[in-house]
Design a protein around this ligand. Sequence first.
Ligand code: COA
Length: 331
Amino acid sequence: MMTKTRRAGITAIGAYAPSKVLSNDDLSKFMDTSDEWISTRTGIRRRHVAADDEFTADLAVSAIKDMQRRYGEAVLEGVDMVIVATNTPDAYFPSTAAMVQDYFGLKAGAFDLLAACPGWVYALSVAQAYVESGICKKVLAIGAEALTKIIDWNDRSTAVLFGDGAGATLVEAVEEPFGIKSMILGADGAGGKHLHAKAVGKCLLDGTKLGEHVYMNGSEVFKFAVRVMKTSTVEAIEQAGLKTEDISLFVPHQANLRIINAARERLELAEDKVVVTVDEYGNNSTASIPLALCHALDGGRIHAGDNLLLVSFGAGLTWAASVLTWGGGKK
Ligand code: COA
């Protein structure tokens, strides 16, 4: 007798971006930069910034409330695990996920996951493993970020790039042909020196000193990003048993429009097959892909049965790519 394999998929989604917005012109009032420099080098025009009293757990809660608004309050019934991917937890402990679990009164396990910008895709992979193995039935995989709290507002080379936000997804078993079809996860810790932010340590294992704020070697990260966006997406499409022409929509990490365009061109995808939100949000790390997915849904660009290609990269250095067939198409 053939055993039917359980496949996990995203069945609900929600997102949130803080109401406070800083345009490039706003930044140029207190920093030696310009709209012209930022928009031509990155494609970023605005970024949403958490209020002084708004932190990662608040953003995660707001994204889940958006999910409830779209799908009804009962959408959270039976959630048995909460994973928050974040680089900016409110506290080392308790986890942001535990705060979210308590806020919604969920009878669930909870933990945070740290994998830099690809964190939400990593969380999706963990949720997939839990659901497909039968360990959990309904997993909240959230990406939430208050990055503007840790950047150095005196460093124009990093401060202009980042923003805040959150995206929440519900992962559970779905019927064929829907669900997650491939998952590619990778890391190259030798590149840790190119992008880092301090916690309790003083330096990386290779001796790289950790400063007080986010440090980035932009050109090294740029080259790495363009390379892994191509290699990991090709692997993800292949692992899914598909061809590039089967991809309905490309939803990449929103860090830089030039990186997105380079990846799109290398994959030979048409411009209308790519979701771009970096102009509005800047790079909000783990929140960027679920937020972009929500935008695409709201714009009527995602339908049940569509094959979505997701890819992210970031500090570590790390990367993650996945192909999934969208089933949770309703709002
Ligand atoms: N406004 C104006 N000038 C700026 C600036 C700013 N905000 N930031 C840097 N500059 C200056 C630099 O000081 C430099 O001046 P110099 O030539 O006099 O020394 C000049 O602009 C060029 O900087 P450069 O680093 O060569 O620009 P770039 O074309 O490589 O673009 C990045 C810089 C950061 C936009 C680009 O490297 C990048 O996007 N990298 C990837 C970053 C990323 O994705 N990070 C997130 C990973 S999750």
